[in-house]
Write a protein that binds this ligand. Structure first.
Ligand SMILES: Cc1cc2nc3c(=O)[nH]c(=O)nc-3n(C[C@H](O)[C@H](O)[C@H](O)COP(=O)(O)OP(=O)(O)OC[C@H]3O[C@@H](n4cnc5c(N)ncnc54)[C@H](O)[C@@H]3O)c2cc1C
Length: 203
């Protein structure tokens, strides 16, 4: 049984070129830093930016937002080629979770502000869904956002936030309408990790 992807010539070429780049650029130190335990060091940051410059990090996204205008198959090729080398795609939360949601549902302003910087390897996101008393049953989440007229004031606690110790932004699921049925009234926020009032603790 052949479980390989069905690829066209352009996709096949991308696989070969990306593979050659990774063989040359990936070092054990970069692979280790991309595992989320210790966070990104300067080598992994530099690698992310170098990959961003090739245009391959945003390969499957529209050119308009800093992407390479490639196919969805290219996205799988990218993950496969990193996995073959026991490495993780840089910006993995931003690249594969936040970015695609922005592409589908974000405002033009949001897309223009964040997508090119994700595709260039410049910024990383942390993932904030789970709470101490809200795991599998995510609709039970309690973090609240109150609109004070100018800003949203967010209060609450999250746990297991992948990459929080080095991310630039947080992708945060927050309750914005406490009167709605519990599986409604939840919004996703992009929060600057350096915003006042955020405490990050290791577990
Ligand atoms: C490596 C790792 C990385 C993670 N990264 C993130 C992250 O970046 N951001 C984030 O928000 N979260 C993250 N999480 C958290 C993850 O999403 C939660 O662990 C998950 O949602 C389960 O929640 P919980 O741990 O509270 O377990 P619980 O929901 O309390 O579940 C405990 C046990 O009860 C079982 N169970 C739950 N509900 C039911 C049910 N209705 N019927 C029968 N059995 C049930 C479960 O299967 C499990 O065995 C991460 C977790 C891990 C392990």
């Amino acid at each position: 049984m052949d479980f390989n992807l069905t690829t066209n010539d352009a996709e096949q070429k991308f696989r070969l070129e990306l593979g050659a780049f990774l063989d040359q650029e990936l070092t054990p130190e970069i692979c280790r830093q991309h595992y989320m335990d210790l966070g990104l060091g300067p080598e992994a940051r530099a690698f992310a930016l170098k990959l961003g410059k090739t245009g391959w990090l945003g390969r499957g996204w529209p050119k308009k937002y800093g992407g390479g205008g490639g196919t969805v198959v290219d996205e799988y090729i990218m993950v496969q080629e990193f996995a073959r080398r026991e490495a993780i795609v840089p910006n993995i939360v931003a690249r594969f979770m936040c970015g695609p949601v922005m592409l589908r549902n974000g405002s033009e302003g949001m897309k223009a502000e964040f997508l090119p910087r994700i595709a260039s390897g410049e910024i990383e996101f942390s993932l904030g869904y789970t709470e101490p008393s809200s795991g599998s049953d995510l609709a039970s989440l309690r973090m609240r956002a109150m609109d004070d007229g100018d800003d949203y004031i967010i209060t609450g606690q999250k746990i297991f936030n992948t990459q929080s110790h080095f991310a630039d932004y947080h992708w945060l699921a927050v309750r914005t309408d406490p009167d709605a049925p519990r599986h409604h009234g939840i919004s996703l926020f992009v929060v600057d990790q350096r915003a006042p009032g955020i405490t990050i603790r290791p577990i």
